[in-house]
Structures are given as C-alpha cells and as structure tokens.
Design a protein around this ligand. Structure first.
Ligand code: PLP
Length: 639
C-alpha cells in the first residue's frame, strides 16, 4: 500500500532506511542524485561510480539483467585489509611469528576470482585452502609464491595424496590436514613409496561451541576433525614411524559467520593449549590454523546477531594475536605462524546481483459502491459499519471486528450461502478497513504492535527477474539475509512496502526478510514502477558461497557476469564479461541433447504439416522460434 512521506526526502533518509553506511564497509554509498554507488578508492583518484551507469554500460555490451557484478578491486582491498590488519596487530604486540592467510576455494571457485586472489595474495604470501582433488589442482596452478601455503582439508584418497606429495617435491608448502585417523596410514604409505616427506596438519574438534548458524561445526558432535583421543593416537603413530617432525600444523574450524568475538577468543585459548602439548610431545609444529569464521556484518547492526558481528577486523586480529601471546609466552613456546581460512569476509563484498522488476501485485482494494444494497448479507453491512467507526481509540477493536466479519463471509461462501460478488465486496471492504486503520495509526504512536505491523502484511509483491535458487540459495536454505536496495531513485521516498518474488514459480522463491538495524523486517520499502522505465534492485554482499551453491531449479542457469576493474583515474573497464547459460546449456546439464530435442520437435511439426494444421512455411517460422529459444537467456528477456 502507499506510504506517504511528508518531509523533504534526502539521500541521508535513503541511507538510513537501507543501512547502506552500516553494512557497506565504505565500499557502497548513495550519490546526491540518488544513485547507489560503489567506491573505487584504491586508485589514485577516488570516485564513486553509480551501479546504474555500470548496468547501462553492461546492457550496451549485450548483457541483460539479471547480471552479477563482480568488483575485483573490492576483493583486492579485502585481502589487503585482512593481511594489513594481522600485520599491524603482530607489529603492535611484538608477536614473533607471521600471518599467512589462505582462501578456501569452495567459498567461490570461479576462475577469475581465484586468479585475482592468487595475484593479490602473492604480495602477502596469502595461499589457498583446497577441500578436494579438483580444488588442489586449482591451487597448484595458481600459487607461485614460496611464502604461500596450500592447506588440504577434506577426505583425501591416494590420488589426492600423491599429487600433494609431488607438489612438496617441487617446493610447494602443501599441508595434508588429517580429518580422520584413517588418512594417516595412506599418507605414510604413499610417502614411503614416493620417498617424499609430507607436511602434516591435524584438525581437532574443540570443546568450544560457538553461536550462529554454523554452530554444529563446533563442539564434540561436529562431524569433522579428530577427537583429542584420536589426536593422541596420531601423535603415537608418528612417533613410532619417526615422523613427528612432519606434524607441523594444528587446525580447527568452529563454523562460518561467528558473530561473537568471545567465541573466537575461547576457540583460540583452547587451541593454544592443544598446540602447546603437541610441541611438548615433540611435534615440529610452527603453524596454527584457526579456520574460517570471520563474520560479515550483513545487517550493519554491529551486534552478536547471527547476520552480524560484534567486532571489527582489527579487533579480530588483535584478539587472536593477544590470546596466542598470552597463552604461549608463560610456557616459553615459540610463536607459530598464524593461518586463518577466511572465505566469507574476503569475498562477500565483491559481488552484487542486480535484477530488474517485471511486475507488481498490489493489495489495493477495488472501488466500493456508494451505498451497500439492502439485500446484502448482514455481515457485509457490519463490515461497512466497522469502516465508518475507525478512530485512534479503537484501532485494535476495529481490526478484530473486520477480521471476524471477513472470515465469517468466507465460511458462508464455502457453504454456498454467499455468492462470488458478495464475497468480493466483503474482501474489498476489509482491505479498505485495513488501509484506514493504517492511516489512522500514523497518528497513534501507541498503536498496538499488531496494528503497526499491518503495513508490512499488506505489502506488494515485486516480481523480479532472477532465480533465488540459482543466485541466492542461502536465502532459501538457511534464511540468510542480504542487504537489498534499489540502485537508483534513492532521491525519492519509497512509497511502497514489498516482498520480492523470483520467476521460478516456486512458492519458496521469495524474499520476505530484509536487513534492518533492529530485527529483520518482513517487507522492503520500494518505489512504484514507472511505465516504460526499468527498476533495478541490487542484492549486496553475495560473493561468498552463493555462486557455488546455486542450482538449476526450474532450469534457470548462471546469470550474466561482468567483472569490473577501476583504473587509476577512477574510470572503469570490464575485465571480463561472461554470458550466462543459454537454454541449450542448461538442457545439456540435465542430459538433454539440444540437437535431439530439435529433431523430435521437427518431426512433430512435420506431422502437423501433413495433418494440414500448419503450412510448410509456418513450420519454418515455428522451427526458427524453437531454435532461437534454445540460444536464448534462461531469464526473462525484454524485446
Ligand atoms: C574448513 C573450513 N575452512 C574455512 C571455511 C570458510 O569459513 P568462512 O567463510 O566463515 O571464512 C570453511 C567454511 O565453512 C571451512 O569448512
């Protein structure tokens, strides 16, 4: 429903409403012209570039919405921020070890992303984490710096281990992290067979449990890593083999998106105790790998809420370094190289999904007759009377009455005692009652919560050109919340409240929880559509996990992708443009042969010619349309 905004609307109102300054980490802002901008502030001259302009440029190059915009500079800056923050904490505290981060490939495996991480990471000795043979192959082909580590997690078969051992021979610092005790005999056997000493790490299950979505990854019942008893067995086996010098790394991972710094500190404290005992047992050690968990403040609230974090990057680094120093120093244990496997925080900011709105469904009541006919059912007269008596003092009462009469009408309709037109009149009357209640509630600061929430319940549905399952799978799977903001018209007050529906025709393909500094909101303020003008909405901070986990539900494929790189003068270029999947592509992913489909359809069309239903030339037109569709984008294409 329409929401009046009486003051003069400024970009500050828009920024406050959508929380851009809170979650944008300095990368995103709003221009005086009401455009959502991305900042190119790593170049000599900082410029705020409107996303709308980028979308127009992308469109001119033939890539339509939905488009995933990747900002290489944001990825670069995040890697720099992480390394600089750890190096600053190390320098400030007199820590004697180093920081060597690794990026977990699984968080975003796209070639362009890994190339960028490898290139920027080389400055810092920032390596890669591989969780499978395929990821190890990617890592080996991208890590050139001898300073950078490759950490192999996940289950490793002989082929995986052989490849990692050969990599050792070339000079890679490639660690096998034991996830289960059964991996050790294979590593030892292959090491003997190839005559190559492995670098071994152990992943332990810490007793420390964290809050947030991924807390199942921590504690005794986590499915990954060695129990303390298994760890002791591993140490004994290595001792027996005379290979305790190969055990150099201790790893744990408490879960992704850890919102509370206290949990992070607790994990490090416990891990340091394990680390010190491994040193005392005679293991070479030298590396402490804290896994991932560094959170992203999706809602900008800076709290320990699951979609936020109550610490800054600097605090995260300083706390880790501080805990290691204060635990190890009293025992005279040498400071290890600290590794973190930050994925989400490294990559989330760099991608923005932009889609256009195709249509809007509003819960606007139809017009009412000037008087309710005498012949109408008493319940309908009651609804009309309720409408006429709404005041600041009886909002809840009128709402309850209206709801009751409307529900009674529905019951009578089910029993055939009220016809379609009467029911329609009742539904319209009820909507008008709600509108009136909302209007009056504007002047009633103490209106009951149920009444204040009514505007959200009456929200429009904005049908948008994307697939939730392909582009934002975590929204569906784990109720993840991402910041969502129109990328233009932010100099206008948004007068509609809406939820977002995708085009998969699946009732789960909707977004009805939105970021807000307080609790997530169930609707998003948006602008009414303007005839003949596109309305673009951006979903921000989607660089982590979304591309990788997306699937082909309803056969909507990969979206178009444009990678943007800023130049020294603040201008930008498209470093890469990748066309999204065509329909033929997605059909072949699910094992159809587009050629066979065409042939089958050709036969059906030919039969129609024989039966006299279409002419031969109509068949040609139909076949052309069929072939053109095959090559088309899987998303809604405007002419
Ligand atoms: C072993 C391991 N390391 C690192 C990560 C990345 O975590 P995050 O994205 O929170 O940094 C994960 C993801 O859950 C993981 O399982």
């Amino acid at each position: 429903m329409n929401k009046p905004f009486n003051q003069h609307w400024t970009k500050q109102h828009a920024s406050d409403l959508y929380g851009v300054d809170d979650w944008g980490a300095g990368y995103f802002g709003i221009s005086d012209k009401g455009l959502l901008t991305v900042s190119s502030n790593n170049t000599a001259s900082t410029r705020d570039v409107p996303l709308l302009q980028i979308m127009q440029d992308v469109k001119e190059r033939g890539l339509d919405a939905p488009v995933l915009l990747r900002f290489e500079d944001l990825l670069e800056q995040q890697i720099c921020r992480l390394n600089d923050a750890f190096n600053a904490a190390i320098a400030a505290s007199g820590y004697k070890g180093e920081y060597r981060g690794v990026f977990p490939i699984k968080v975003n495996q796209q070639c362009h992303v890994i190339e960028e991480i490898a290139e920027v990471g080389a400055r810092y000795g920032h390596g890669l984490e591989a969780g499978s043979k395929a990821e190890l192959i990617i890592a080996l082909a991208h890590i050139e710096s001898k300073e950078a580590n490759i950490v192999c997690n996940g289950y490793k078969d002989q082929e995986f281990i052989d490849l990692g051992l050969q990599a050792r021979k070339i000079g890679y610092s490639c660690f096998f992290v034991l996830e289960t005790p059964t991996e050790l005999p294979i590593i030892l056997e292959r090491s003997r067979a190839l005559g190559i000493k492995p670098l071994i790490g152990v992943r332990v299950k810490l007793a420390s449990v964290v809050g947030g979505h991924w807390n199942a990854t921590s504690g005794d019942r986590s499915i990954f890593g060695l129990s303390i008893a298994q760890l002791v067995d591993v140490v004994d086996q290595l001792k027996t083999e005379g290979m305790l010098d190969c055990l150099q790394l201790l790893h744990y991972h408490l879960g992704s998106q850890i919102p509370n710094i206290r949990d992070i500190r607790n994990g490090v404290v416990e891990a340091c105790q394990v680390y010190m005992d491994l040193v005392r047992e005679g293991a070479a050690m030298g590396f402490l790998d804290l896994g991932g968990g560094l959170a992203v403040d999706y809602d900008g609230s800076k709290t320990n809420y699951i979609h936020s974090k109550n610490y800054t990057l600097d605090e995260y680094c300083a706390d880790i370094v501080d805990v290691v120093i204060s635990t190890l120093d009293p025992e005279n244990i040498t400071h290890p190289t600290i590794i973190t496997e930050s994925g989400r925080a490294t990559i989330a900011y760099s991608s923005v999904l932009v889609f256009n709105v195709l249509d809007v469904a509003s819960y606007t009541p139809g017009s009412l007759p000037s008087a309710i006919p005498e012949t109408e059912h008493q319940l309908i007269h009651n609804l009309k009377e309720t409408l006429e008596h709404i005041s600041v003092k009886n909002l809840q009462e009128c709402y309850n009455d209206g709801l009751f009469y409307r529900d009674e009408v529905r019951e009578l309709f089910k029993r055939g005692q009220i016809n379609l037109r009467s029911r329609s009149l009742a539904e319209n009357l009820f909507l008008v009652i709600l509108e009136r209640i909302i209007e009056v509630a504007e002047d009633a600061p103490r209106a009951p919560k149920e009444i204040r929430k009514l505007r959200e319940h009456l929200s429009d549905i904005y049908y948008c050109n994307f697939s939730l399952f392909q582009s934002l799978p975590d929204v569906w799977a784990i109720d993840q919340i991402f910041p969502i903001v129109p990328i233009h018209r932010l100099d206008e007050a948004p007068t509609r409240e809406a939820i977002i529906a995708d085009i998969t025709c699946d009732c789960d393909g909707r977004i009805d929880r939105f970021t807000s500094i307080n609790n997530p909101k169930t609707s998003l303020p948006l602008h009414p559509l303007i005839e003949g003008q596109e309305y673009y909405i951006g979903v921000f901070l989607v660089g982590a996990y979304q591309e990788t986990l997306g699937d082909l539900h309803n056969l909507f494929g990969d979206t178009n992708v444009a990678s943007v790189r800023f130049n020294e003068d603040g201008s930008y270029e498209f470093a890469d443009e990748i066309e999204g999947d065509s329909i033929a592509d997605v059909l072949s992913y699910v094992e159809y042969n587009p050629q066979n489909l065409r042939e089958k359809f050709r036969k059906i069309a030919e039969r129609a010619v024989k039966q006299g239903r279409i002419s031969a030339s109509e068949r040609q037109t139909i076949m052309k349309a069929f072939s053109a569709s095959m090559q088309g984008y899987t998303y809604y294409e405007k002419e």
